[in-house]
Design a protein around this ligand. Sequence first.
Ligand code: SF4
Length: 128
Amino acid sequence: MINDPSAAFLANAQPDCEISGKEPRLGGELREKAVWVDESVCIGCKYCANVATNTFVMEPIMGRSRAIRQDGDSTLIIQEAIDTCPVNCIKWVMFEQLDSLRAQLAAMEIKPLGMLSKGSRKIRIQEN
Ligand code: SF4
């Protein structure tokens, strides 16, 4: 009997599995909610990025934290990072909300941290 290699393309690799969109891609644990940073509130302290190092990075232009992946750290570690945030701007949200939240942020025209507003001047202290 000769095996037909093209048969492999006809077989369903996971016949009993329905894709829900919530599957961990790299072996992370299943999680109901996604983590999201409200960058309009973030003060750039870096606490979260130091705790959940595989989830949060400091965005280099704006100087604010961003959740770059959802399966990088355990729920416990991410919750610890959330608890360290001094301005409470990291939230658990529904995965379906992420696109809308990102769009709202993009529409806000957030300025990079430490940037002076137009017309502002640096304060100079006179030395005697
Ligand atoms: S802990 Fe909060 S304020 Fe600090 S960098 Fe992270 S998100 Fe921003």
